[in-house]
Design a protein around this ligand. Sequence first.
Ligand code: ZN
Length: 180
Amino acid sequence: MPVQEIRLLGDPVLRTPAAPVTTFDKELRNLVRDLRETMLDAPGAGLAAPQIGVSLRVFTYDVDDAEGHLVNPVIVTRSDEQQDGDEGCLSLPGLSFPLKRSANVVAAGFNMYGDPVTIEGSEVLARCLQHETDHLDGVIFVDLLDPETKKEAMKAIREAEWAQPPRVKPSPHPMFGKAL
Ligand SMILES: [Zn+2]
């Protein structure tokens, strides 16, 4: 089943720095396929491997006409020029908050066959490349919000349906005798 369950904020895998890919094999190609299909199914503009529970430095993206993947990505250039805009994340369903990001970036890494790849992005693609690379370091975009917006975000996260702590299941055994 290529479409995978997307991990939500609170899952430790999202806070774990992901390991570099060392073997460009069939398993990696399957991971890229699963990421892509899960991203398109969501649908999302990008998806990082930890978001499907795999702690490896890989992400896929789909912004306007640019669709692809990057293995072991590094943001090699960030413009001083910033962009405003709202940012969201498939691991925080339904929430988005304004976050300043570099307007233009260059990301370098490899494709799934191990060939070097460079991607230049501006606007939404630049935002996406920064957001997905952050995921591989265990950074979620809400970490980067200005203090006021962050307060608002934390409240919205606490109130989000998906962020509720798991309810204690009632015991399947009928209770007899005295309550403790
Ligand atoms: Zn995200």
